[in-house]
Each structure stands twice: as C-alpha cells, then as structure tokens.
Design a protein around this ligand. Sequence first.
Ligand SMILES: Cc1cc2nc3c(=O)[nH]c(=O)nc-3n(C[C@H](O)[C@H](O)[C@H](O)COP(=O)(O)O)c2cc1C
Length: 325
Amino acid sequence: MTLTGIKKHLRVLEAAELVTTEKVGRVRHCRLGPSRLDRETTWIEEYRQMLEARLDRLVEGLRQRTPVVARQAARVAAGAFAKLLLREFGTEIASHTIQIGHLRLDHPANWEEILAACADLDSPLRCVDRKLQEKMMAEVDAALKAGDTVGGVFEIVVHNVPVGLGSHAQWDEKLDGKLAQALMSVQAVKAVEIGSGILAAGSYGSEVQDEISYDKGAKKFRRSTNRAGGLEGGISNGEDLLIRGFLKPISTLRRGLVTADMVTKEPVQAAYERSDWCVVPAGGVAGEAMVALVLADAFLQKFGGDSLAEMRRNFEGYGKQIDNF
Ligand SMILES: Cc1cc2nc3c(=O)[nH]c(=O)nc-3n(C[C@H](O)[C@H](O)[C@H](O)COP(=O)(O)O)c2cc1C
C-alpha cells in the first residue's frame, strides 16, 4: 500500500474514533482504541441472544405448520429486524383485535391499553376490553363447534412516527398506498382501512376532518383528532398511524363446502386435513411485520446512509430542522 493510501485509511479510522494519532517530532504514533466499539458490541450481543431464542421458537413452529403459516412466519421474522431498526428511532408498532365475527370494540383504544393487551399473555385475542374479549372467545369456540370459521378486524398502531415519511409527488411513493398493498398481501385480508376511512365515506367533511393547531412546547403541528390515521396526502403527519386489516373467515371449513372434482368436474364435498378457524390475532402479527418492513424502507429513503450512525445523524438533523420551522 502507498503512503498516501495508508494516510487515507488512518484518517477514516480517526474519524470513526477507532485510532488516535499523536505526532512527536517527525514521528506519528498511532494507537488502536477498540473501546469505541463497546456500545455496538453490547447492542449486537443483546439482540443476538434475543433473536436466537426467537428463531429457535420460529423453527419449532414451522416444523408443525402449513405452507401458508410458514410464509407468514418468514415475514414475521423479517419484520422483526425492521422493527429493531425503527425502535432505534423511537418508533414502535403493536396490533390488537377490534372485531371477531359480529362483535366489535365500540371505542378507540389508546397506545397504553394496546401495549397492556399485548403484554398480557392471558389475552389470547389481544383485545383491550376484557369483557368483550370473553364474548369474542365464545364466538370463536362456537365457530369451532359448528365446524365453521370466523373472520374479523385487527388494528395496527404505529407510535411515535416522524412527520414527513412518504411522498405525495408520485402515485407509487404514497405511504398509505404502500401500507395498503403490504397489508393486502397478508393471506385472507380482504380490505384495509386507514384511520376512520370507512366512516368518513358516509359523513360530511366537517364531521371527519382533523383540525390543526401548533403546540409551541413540543414545537409540533398537532391534530385535535386522528381520523386521518396519521397519514395525509400519502405522508405521515406525526400522529400515530392507524391501519386496519379486514380478514375474511378462513376458507377451509371442517364441515366442508361443496367443490368440483378436478378430474370428473362433478360436485363433491371438499376434503378436510387441518385448518385454523380464526386467525385474526395471528393476522395482526403478520400485518405488524408488513407495516414494519414498509416503514423501515421509508426511514431508509428519508434518513438512509451507510451505517446506523450516519442514519441517526441525518434523523437528528432533520428533527432540528423541523423544530426550527
Ligand atoms: C395467520 C393465517 C393462517 C391461515 N391459516 C389457514 C388455514 O389453516 N387453512 C386455510 O385454508 N387457510 C388459511 N389461511 C389462508 C387463507 O384462508 C387463504 O389465504 C385464503 O383462503 C385465500 O384467500 P386470499 O386470496 O385472501 O389469500 C391463513 C391465513 C392467515 C393470515
């Protein structure tokens, strides 16, 4: 390597605080300082242990399940990495069940309630209303007994989202469009709603728009309500993202539907091997992963760089620019 090449490499290592240089007369003493990497090493080790444990559970789950579930599991695994990236910037994602069959949660849930439902291992449907959850579980049991299946709605909430992700400029850059496509790709999801989209379609503008104010303390523009679900014009507006996935009931019924024989083309009773009968909470987990992947991509587009440190610098610079607006 040439002397100039060595100097260039040293400058990069100095900038990364991995090497310190001291000049004594005409001699330059370079000292390696690996302690700069301690923080990253600890971070990697913590996540390595956590991810190894999760991957072991995933592999175990995959051994027992169908190809549909295996594909969901692969997305959930990829989404876990996207969630880790988002968490570095304070953005968190959670999902909860708001409808099973004809039973629906009749009030909006706040972030703390959703986190509590997610943390509660005795809450199999992750519904924030315990009494309603009991009724929902009875509905699921009734479907099982009748050899039937039942659908429902999960809601994904993304908390602490920076303003300005996505774009209004190109149809395929709109963040709401990307999220809808990603959620529709989850098996059995037949509709996606952002904010109060469905209600809004049957209302007057004065009833469903969010009024804007400026919070001087937080240096943020706020909405008095969040009917837009945190997305306006294809761009995040700083409020929580609210996205709902509507799941049809699973098509494989234990009591079997009428179908056509592939060879004789005659009507026959569909065969039954095994099947889920309500996948709403599982659909929510798959949905979280899809939302995480789309958002991680949007973060990379806006704040990207060659390293997390560079991305963090861009993110913080952007935050200062927004504060000074
Ligand atoms: C978490 C999850 C689990 C599923 N498990 C089953 C199942 O056990 N049996 C089945 O027939 N379909 C299962 N499905 C898939 C849907 O029934 C299937 O995708 C659908 O019938 C095809 O419709 P689509 O075009 O909406 O995907 C599952 C879907 C999800 C999200």
